[in-house]
Design a protein around this ligand. Sequence first.
Ligand SMILES: [Mg+2]
Ligand SMILES: [Zn+2]
Length: 241
Amino acid sequence: MEPVDKQLIVFDFDWSMADQDSDRYVFEVVAPDLRRKMKGLKDQIQWTDLVAQTLAEAHGRGITRAQIEHALKIMPFHPAMARAVDKLKKAGYTDFLCLSNANSIFISTILEDKKLTHIFSEIITNPAEWDGELLRLRRRVDPEGPQHSCTVGCSPNMCKGEELEAFLARHGKEFDRIVYVGDGSNDFCPILRLREQDLVLCRSHRGLQRRIDKEGAEKGLKAKIQYWAGAWEVEEIFATL
Ligand SMILES: [Mg+2]
Ligand SMILES: [Zn+2]
């Protein structure tokens, strides 16, 4: 790739930086019957609300903070991904932004365990906090307040495209290149905001690839797309940025 003075790497978290989905994995470890129940309810209840409700239900049956933290710490996270982001961060010309539909506690617990808390200059996600043994989780966009105006299909809890634009406006500086690492259908909205010199590192065979194939041309997607399957490939690509 062309050398740049300043670049931004935007990371989705679940199945992009991490090699699993934190919202689902935690319950697969601590209470698989609740994981099954979520699968049945996911088309009826907004996802963030469903995770919040399931965390409360887990707490009600005595599942502890330590159990949830343990599940997060053993969740698959590829060492090649840890190496890749650490090396690029230390080279000095890359800012990292996390844009995730998980939550602040899941992400910070995993990053602390992997010694990666220095990577992100900002983590934009759903707010969560420990209240004793109960993890309280809320949507980033408060259901009682003004809602986002996304027309691309983002979930009510957050529009990743609007969040990316707001971050860029807040920073007030131009990045020569933006690289977006994502896998899910909700990563489609933010990549529509990217320019021709930007790059999407799309994980193969998941929701984002399906949306790119189906709607990319019609919605005017401009960025270059590069597909990857394993974190070791992201490490190879990062070495060329
Ligand atoms: Mg994801
Ligand atoms: Zn959106």
